[in-house]
Write a protein that binds this ligand. Structure first.
Ligand code: P6P
Length: 342
């Protein structure tokens, strides 16, 4: 019988793993875990209460907000506000950053970027959704938080994680010392360590992309999709196509089974659709910490210098071998890529 290790116990045990180990980051991760349990409760019964459907408002992206989007946003912001460790929250659901100026947060050192409920278009049809969070430490030690403290490159994240509300609810996070997954045990209301030291397979046979956008993709991406569909048993092709339409669920599957997730530029999204600060950076940190790779086709996601809070980026992330193949198709003309046997 293996010993049950809860998220709280694990965070404390690993506290000495990262600098500033005065418990601040531990408390911040605890606060996020508590909010995740509250959101999970509502996600799991969404069909039974008046929390499905549209909220009748739109977010900064111009996307219709679901009632559960707004609920999740409120829960995470409330937990971060009352926890006292967070000084700024940047949420997908808000045009501007939320500065927390309460007495208990006056010495707070952490900035949290969050997508409170990613994949929300799937909520009403009972498909997995997720929460994605990214944590930075302030650059200055005191005084008002400056924009450059918020728009930090992904390489400066001190922690990142996601919650996937699926057949089970899991919280997966990293502080830069590997990736660990915790499954919520409803019988005790605790996230328990279930996937220690997660490592993504170096190669795989799953590609994850919305092929409905095929006609809008750059030629290199179209060529990679065709490459995936070629009959080549030695190369384990044709690959399997899997696309849930919820980034957390697609990336989580690939983290466990191997695979590559692609959201390229399209003619309707010339800078890509997915957001850098609270979707791509945190998931890229996790994928890299698990031994995978995450790029925009030319640059490492974590090296991109953010210019604005809600900026978008094309993203290819997952098993290193697969991501590197995508890069070659995206960077090389098709004939060279095919000729090179990629
Ligand atoms: P599309 C959900 O809205 C999301 O932000 C990601 O979770 C998901 O991967 C993507 O957008 C789906 O976008 O254009 O394929 O519906």
């Amino acid at each position: 019988m293996t010993k049950t290790i809860t998220l709280g116990q694990f965070i404390i045990e690993k506290q000495s793993d990262f600098p500033y180990a005065k418990g601040e980051l531990s408390r911040l991760l605890r606060d996020i875990g508590i909010a995740a349990k509250i959101v999970n409760r509502e996600v799991n019964k969404a069909g039974l209460v008046d929390i499905l459907g549209d909220n009748g408002t739109t977010n900064v992206q111009g996307e219709g907000q679901k009632k559960l989007d707004v609920y999740a946003d409120e829960q995470f912001i409330s937990a971060l506000r009352s926890g006292g460790e967070c000084c700024v929250v940047a949420s997908e659901e808000h045009d501007e950053c939320i500065f927390i100026n309460s007495r208990i947060s006056q010495h707070a050192k952490y900035i949290v970027c969050i997508d409170p409920l990613d994949g929300s278009s799937n909520i009403d049809v009972n498909v997995s959704v997720g929460t994605i969070f990214s944590i930075y430490r302030r650059i200055a030690n005191e005084g008002p938080v400056k924009p450059e403290e918020i728009l930090q490159k992904g390489i400066h994240q001190v922690a990142a994680g996601y919650v996937v509300y699926g057949s089970s609810t899991m919280l997966v996070y990293t502080t830069g010392k590997g990736v660990n997954g915790f499954t919520l045990d409803p019988s005790i209301g605790e996230f328990c360590l279930s996937h220690p030291n997660m490592q993504i397979p170096r190669d795989g046979t799953i590609y994850s992309i919305n092929e409905g956008n095929y006609i809008k993709f750059p030629q290199g991406v179209k060529d990679y999709i065709k490459y995936c569909q070629v009959e080549d048993s030695a190369g384990n092709r044709p690959y399997t196509s899997r696309y849930i339409g919820s980034m957390v669920a697609d990336v989580h599957r690939n983290l466990i089974k191997g695979g590559v997730f692609l959201y390229p530029t399209t003619s309707s999204h010339p800078r890509g659709k997915l957001r850098l600060m609270y979707e791509c950076n945190p998931l890229a940190f996790i994928v890299e910490q698990a031994g995978g790779k995450a790029t925009d086709g030319h640059r490492r996601i974590l090296d991109i210098q953010p210019e604005e809070l809600h900026q978008r980026t094309p993203v290819f992330m997952g098993s290193t071998e697969m991501v590197e193949k995508v890069e070659r198709f995206v960077q090389l003309p098709a004939e060279e890529a095919f000729a090179a046997g990629y």
